[in-house]
Design a protein. Structure first.
Lengths: 249, 291
């Protein structure tokens, strides 16, 4: 492997090194289709589509970085590569410390379980142990403002309550790297303000953060640095204000 | 480290690379919650709830007993045929349930698999443990019935039955990992699995005795050996020896090479586990984009 040179002033927490990601557009979806295509000498193999093309960047400890770009530019793919859900086709992704994403808010919730059971389940999914959850349970419920509804089944929650609880679980996980996708647009204005405060608190504590969003106002508020991706290529990496201008262009 | 120095990659993790089945031990708290979720939500919104866990095997048993025992008169040749039958049925049920659950585990949890990285083996394993939990009431019924007809448990017999359970669960896990990985890309896998589940009841001595098979395959010893090396067959016979045989006055003889067949069955199970884990890991890399 070629050597990687450190580019950040603090020691890097996330290193994305010449990463490319291609998706397959499958032409066949079953044994039968594959066989029929093979007989007819049509394409059995899939076509590829390049989602990310040779992207490199490093993020230092405690930095808050926004990833910007238009729809389909590859922002979310980048986050998924950092979280490990996807694997790069070439290049390497390296992280240091515990990674958790607010991307998966609510993904682990089961509608038939009570709020309490869901808190435990989701916190465990995000990597917390039993004792840790016990300790933070009250904070989580308090932050979500769910109150006495915590023992009700989640399917009876309003969508706002659901998102608040899910978000509250995610934000109370002990992490070194926090990945945030769109989700911050949930909830009403007071709750959002509370979330921002909480996130700033985390960055002040040295948590590294990567935010993906179209909400430029929010990104400007939370991040100092911005990376702009267009059609799978990195076109800008620098101060957030300039980055926002780049996207609009 | 400062700007311009070389980065030491060995201090870093590579996201998305797990150690397969070994990782599951580290995540045992989550595993426990997943199992609890599986058992708690299975019969939500159903009036009879857990009763279904008894009704299904009971009706299955009744129909088998009616056809094999009464219409085909098996109960004349096999003492306590009902117990013979039930001991085999619970083993095959355990296998079918565990195998079927595991196969669907990844697709059923797609919301999570697509969005967050966890050792994905957790899902098939949780599914298999849930299947095991549902097997326990059936085992209890078997024990009760055996005790009622005057069964005296032997340590050897119980140990054998335990080995049988381990064999079945491990075999189901191996096959389950294999097909749950495959199932993500090719949903045909599910139909394959249904076929295997259908065969499982008939390719092991559940509804008949192995002696009948031996008669039919008189001139093909190796076929009989193949038949006996099926991990399910071995487990079913271990259950027969553990639970049914002590309740009869007949002496029940297994072929003298049953030990070798069992060893082959253990080998088959190990191969299934390794192949299953290998395939699973191969397909795992593209789970998030194929779901």
């Amino acid at each position: 492997m070629s050597q990687i040179i450190v580019e950040t002033t603090t020691s890097p927490c996330i290193v994305v090194d010449h990463v490319s990601k291609r998706f397959l557009r499958r032409n066949t979806h079953s044994f039968k289709e594959a066989f029929v295509s093979w007989i007819k000498r049509r394409k059995v193999r899939a076509d590829t589509f390049t989602a990310l093309d040779d992207i490199s960047f490093q993020i230092g400890q405690g930095e808050a970085v926004g990833i910007l770009g238009l729809n389909g530019s590859g922002k979310s793919t980048t986050l998924k590569l950092i979280s490990g859900v996807l694997e790069p086709d070439s290049g390497g992704v390296f992280t240091r410390g515990r990674v958790a994403g607010l991307i998966e808010v609510g993904a682990g919730f089961h509608p038939d379980l009570s709020g309490r059971e869901n808190v435990y389940l989701n916190a465990a999914i995000l990597g917390m142990g039993r004792k840790e959850i016990d300790e933070r349970f009250d904070d989580i419920v308090a932050f979500s403002e769910i109150g006495e509804f915590i023992d009700q089944e989640v399917k009876h929650y309003s969508s706002g309550m659901f998102m608040r609880l899910a978000f509250s679980v995610a934000i109370h996980v002990d992490v070194d790297i926090l990945l945030v996708d769109e989700v911050l647009s949930v909830g009403d204005a007071p709750f959002r303000a509370k979330c921002y405060t909480k996130i700033r608190e985390l960055t002040a504590r040295g948590v590294t953060m990567v935010v993906v969003s179209h909400d430029t106002k929010m990104i400007k508020e939370l991040c100092a640095r911005g990376i702009v991706i267009r059609k799978g290529r990195k076109i800008f990496d620098g101060a957030i204000d300039e980055a926002v201008d780049q996207v609009a262009r | 480290m400062s700007v311009g120095t070389r980065l030491d990659v060995s201090e870093y993790d590579v996201p998305g690379r797990g150690r397969g089945l070994l990782d599951v031990f580290q995540w045992r708290y989550l595993l426990r919650l997943l199992v609890r979720k599986g058992t708690a939500t299975r019969y939500r919104n159903s009036v009879l709830g857990w009763v279904w866990s008894y009704v299904k095997p009971a009706s299955q048993f009744l129909i088998y007993y009616f056809v094999m025992g009464i219409i085909l008169q098996f109960h004349r040749d096999v003492q306590n045929f009902a117990i013979y039958l039930f001991a085999g049925v619970v083993v095959v049920n355990l296998f079918n349930e565990a195998f079927g659950n595991a196969t669907n585990a990844i697709v059923d949890n797609r919301a999570l698999v697509k969005k967050i990285y966890l050792p994905r083996e957790l899902f098939p394993i949780a599914a298999i443990i849930v299947a095991f939990v549902h097997f326990l009431p059936q085992l209890v019924i078997l024990l009760l019935v055996c005790l009622l007809v005057g069964w005296t448990p032997t340590l050897l017999g119980l140990g054998g039955a335990l080995l049988g359970i381990i064999l079945v669960v491990a075999f189901a896990l191996g096959l389950g990992l294999f097909f749950s990985g495959l199932n993500v890309r090719f949903r045909d896998a599910q139909n394959f699995v249904d076929l295997i589940k259908m065969f499982s009841t008939w390719t092991s001595p559940v509804l008949y005795t192995w002696a009948l098979v031996a008669d039919a395959l008189r001139d093909h010893d190796w076929l009989l050996f193949l038949y006996m090396s099926n991990p399910l067959t071995v487990a079913v016979e271990l259950f027969h020896v553990g639970f049914w045989e002590p309740t009869t006055t007949q002496s029940y003889v297994l072929p003298e090479w049953f030990g070798y067949a069992s060893l082959v069955a253990v080998g088959v199970t190990l191969v299934a586990l390794v192949a299953g884990q290998w395939t699973f890991r191969r397909f795992e890399r593209t789970f998030a984009q194929d779901l």
